[in-house]
Design a binder for this molecule. Structure first.
Ligand code: SAM
Length: 241
C-alpha cells in the first residue's frame, strides 16, 4: 500500500504522565481535530465532531495510548474512514505518525485534507487484499465484521506480520445476548441501506478471535466498549508476546 506523506510538522510526543493533561480536556482535543475537517465534505464536517464525542471508543483508545510507555508510535489505521481517530492520537502527542487506508475514496479525501501539515498519510486500499506497511500499532476499528470470513483471517494474519508492538481492534461480540441482537439488526439495516444483502455477515466470537491472535503470537485482552449505547462493541488490545 502506498500513500503520500503530507509535509510533516511533528507534534510533540506526550506518552506517560504528561498525557493526563490531554485526557483531562478531551473536548478541546476534539475541537482541534474537528476544525481540520472544516475544508472537507459537508458530511465529514458534520460527522467528525459527533463521532469523536459520542463514540466511547475515541476516549478509550486515547486512554490506552496514554498508558503505553511510548504512546502508540507509528499507527497504521485500517478502514480508517475519515481518519479522525488517528489524527486525534497525533494531535494528542500519542502517535508519532499515522498511515490510514480505506476503500472509500471520498472519506480518504477528507482525511488527506484534514491531515495537511501533519506526519500522516492516507490512501485508498481494499483490505480484502491486504499488503500492509509495518507499524508499531495496527488499528482496526469497526471493520473486521464487514469482511467475509476468509478475508477476516487473512487480514488478522497480515496485521500480525505488520504490527511491531500491538493491535487495537474494535469489533462486535456476537455472544452478548440482547446487545448482540441489536448489533446484528443494526448491521443488517446498514447493509440494506447501502443496497447490500446481509448474506455472509460474520461476527467472529471472542474465543475464536483470541485463539487466532494467540496463534499469531499476540496476547489479547477484550473489554466492553459500548458505554451509553445498546451495542455489543468491544475493544481488543493485543500485544506481541
Ligand atoms: C464503520 S466504518 C469505521 C471507520 C473508522 N474506522 C472509524 O472508526 O471511524 C467502516 C469503514 O471500513 C471501510 N471498509 C469496509 N470494507 C473495506 C475494505 N474491504 N477495505 C477497506 N476499507 C473497508 C469503510 O469504507 C468504512 O470507512
Amino acid at each position: 500500500m502506498e500513500a503520500a506523506v503530507s509535509s510533516a510538522e511533528s507534534p510533540a510526543l506526550h506518552p506517560g504522565s504528561a498525557l493526563s493533561d490531554v485526557l483531562q480536556d478531551l473536548p478541546a482535543l476534539y475541537r482541534k481535530v474537528s476544525a481540520r475537517y472544516f475544508g472537507g465534505s459537508r458530511t465529514g464536517r458534520h460527522f467528525v465532531p459527533s463521532k469523536l464525542k459520542r463514540d466511547p471508543a475515541t476516549a478509550e483508545v486515547l486512554r490506552q495510548a496514554a498508558a503505553a510507555p511510548r504512546g502508540f508510535g507509528h499507527v497504521v489505521d485500517l478502514g480508517c474512514g475519515r481518519g479522525q481517530l488517528g489524527l486525534a492520537l497525533l494531535l494528542a502527542g500519542l502517535a508519532s505518525r499515522v498511515s490510514g487506508y480505506d476503500l472509500d475514496g471520498l472519506r480518504i479525501r477528507d482525511a488527506q485534507l484534514a491531515a495537511r501539515g501533519l506526519p500522516a498519510e492516507f490512501a485508498q486500499a481494499d483490505l480484502n487484499a491486504p499488503d500492509l506497511p509495518a507499524g508499531d500499532t495496527l488499528m482496526l476499528m469497526d471493520v473486521l465484521y464487514l469482511l467475509p470470513e476468509e478475508g477476516q483471517a487473512r487480514l488478522l494474519a497480515a496485521m500480525a506480520a505488520a504490527a511491531r508492538e500491538r493491535m487495537v481492534i474494535r469489533t462486535v461480540d456476537p455472544e452478548l445476548g440482547w446487545r448482540s441482537t441489536v448489533g446484528r439488526g443494526m448491521e443488517v439495516l446498514n447493509r440494506r441501506l447501502r443496497g447490500e444483502t446481509a448474506e455472509g455477515l460474520c461476527m467472529m466470537p471472542m474465543a475464536r478471535l483470541r485463539q487466532s491472535l494467540d496463534a499469531l503470537g499476540f496476547v489479547a485482552a477484550v473489554r466492553p466498549c459500548w458505554e451509553g449505547t445498546p451495542f455489543p462493541n468491544v475493544l481488543v488490545m493485543a500485544h506481541r508476546r
